[in-house]
Write a protein that binds this ligand. Structure first.
Ligand code: ADP
Length: 451
């Protein structure tokens, strides 16, 4: 309503001025002034209308902003209001563009491949991950039928079926190594194709299957043997105790093998379990090396020359049970894979600030192609040799887990026919100096239990 006051005010002022002028200078002069005034108002009206049209026509909205023509009176009001409207619109456009930009950035950053398809399965948009998994390019392939670009039969069937509850598991068209899981999600008339890389999941699944197959296989052999002997003994009622002894001894050795396997499996599962907290104890490594030297002597039963070189008095911080188990696995391997007459040396030293426990043997050695896989569960270079010597195939897997839990690493150097050195290398921060209260074993020390 305020809007009308200004033009009405102007007209009334003009009529009033014309009436006054008419009274003073005559009716004609008054009418003349009124006509002139109306003409001026009309021309001014056209002038501002033309300026408004030009302003709206010129440039983009953003450019016009702030450059609104200035005017007095009602046109000033119109320009002011238009300007306000335009700046509000421009602000909301910027906000909208920002929100859209952020949404697009988020969709582009998603590690899964995302492809928007229209009702005819033409590509509307896709993110960079879809380029990685499917080779699609958002700009190049916009508007293309996805079935022209991805021609694998299982994918075409999946697209045609329109079963939105189903997931398609297939290989990436770019690499047979990459396993993908795809799902279609409908929304409105469009569909979102979601592509996820499940290579790692498949690998873990395959490992799990292999593990179960391996464990079953390892258990079946001794169980079959023991079962067979039990049957034989049950049938042979009048067998003498002496004749039974070899059977019983074999049954005992197979039962022990199963026991070792179960103990190793339990140890591995304890090490792998995230709830299993590692204890931080002071581990007296020099004393431990002496103890292991004794254990090696018992295992070897005089068949090898065994010596210990303790060149450092440092202790370790960690779980003494785990460290004992890892070191003892390395020692038992050296005894088991070194033919009689060979030598085995246990060393504890500091090198470049790190603590090194090394077991060197003059055994059969390992070919280089096996080295990277030795710490895998049940990986053996020679299956029958490992079993003959009572191996479970889990020893080095346990060693690797224990070392990883202590921030240490395993280094293996080996030459076929000459022997191997397995070294557990602990970082400087794990090394402790023995204190007065500790019952320290003097070093340097070198002892040898000759055969
Ligand atoms: P196993 O119970 O079979 O000994 P491990 O995990 O301890 O299992 O070792 C894996 C494989 O590594 C063994 O089967 C053997 O082939 C090889 N190996 C381990 N230590 C030695 C060694 N000191 N000398 C030669 N080969 C070894």
């Amino acid at each position: 309503m305020g809007f009308w006051w200004r033009p009405l005010g102007e007209l009334m002022a003009l009529a009033f001025a014309a009436a006054l002028f008419g009274l003073a200078a005559g009716v004609h002069a008054g009418l003349g002034l009124l006509g002139l005034g109306l003409l001026i108002l009309l021309v001014r009206q056209f002038w501002f209308q033309a300026r408004l049209a030009r302003w709206l026509e010129e440039g983009t909205l953003a450019e016009s902003l702030g450059a609104a023509p200035r005017a007095l009176g009602v046109w000033g009001d119109i320009y002011y209001r238009l300007n306000k409207l335009l700046s509000r619109q421009s602000r909301s456009n910027t906000e909208l563009a920002n929100a859209l930009g952020q949404f697009q950035q988020a969709a582009e950053a998603v590690p899964d491949g995302l492809v928007i398809l229209d009702e005819n399965d033409r590509i509307q948009w896709c993110n960079p991950a879809s380029n990685r998994y499917l080779g699609l390019d958002c700009r190049r392939d916009h508007g293309q039928y996805i079935s022209y670009l991805m021609r694998q039969a299982p994918f075409l069937d999946f697209l045609r079926e329109r079963d939105y509850s189903r997931r398609l598991v297939c290989r990436s068209p770019l690499s047979r190594e990459t396993a993908l899981s795809m799902q279609l999600v409908p929304y409105g008339a469009q569909k979102l194709l979601m592509v996820r890389d499940i290579t790692d999941l498949e690998r873990v699944d395959a490992m799990r299957r292999d593990f179960i197959a391996n464990v079953s296989h390892e258990m079946r052999t001794p169980l079959t043997v023991v079962g067979g002997f039990v049957e034989t003994l049950a049938d042979a009622q009048d067998m003498k105790a002496e004749d039974m002894r070899p059977y019983l001894q074999l049954m005992q050795s197979h039962t022990q093998r199963m026991q070792r396997l179960i103990e190793d499996l339990l140890m591995l599962s304890r090490l792998e379990s995230t709830d299993h907290e590692r204890v931080e104890e002071r581990v007296p490594v020099p004393a431990l090396v002496h103890e292991l030297e004794g254990e090696a002597g018992q295992l070897s039963r005089g068949r090898h020359r065994i010596s210990a070189r303790i060149e450092s008095g440092a202790w370790l911080s960690g779980s003494s049970q785990e460290i004992h188990s890892a070191f003892s696995n390395l020692v038992s391997n050296a005894v088991r894979y070194t033919p009689a007459g060979g030598s085995i040396t246990l060393t504890w030293k500091e090198e470049g600030g790190e603590g090194v426990f090394a077991v060197t043997d003059s055994g059969e050695g390992i070919a280089p192609e096996h080295l990277p896989r030795l710490t895998e569960r049940f990986y053996r270079v020679d299956r029958s040799r490992s079993r003959e010597t009572g191996g479970t195939g889990l020893g080095l897997a346990i060693v690797k887990h224990v070392l990883t839990r202590h921030g240490a690493r395993l280094d293996i150097q080996s030459i076929v026919g000459r022997g191997s050195t397995f070294a557990a290398i602990f970082p400087a921060e794990r090394l402790l100096t023995a204190t007065q209260e500790d019952n320290v074993i003097p070093f340097p020390a070198e002892r040898s239990d000759a055969a």
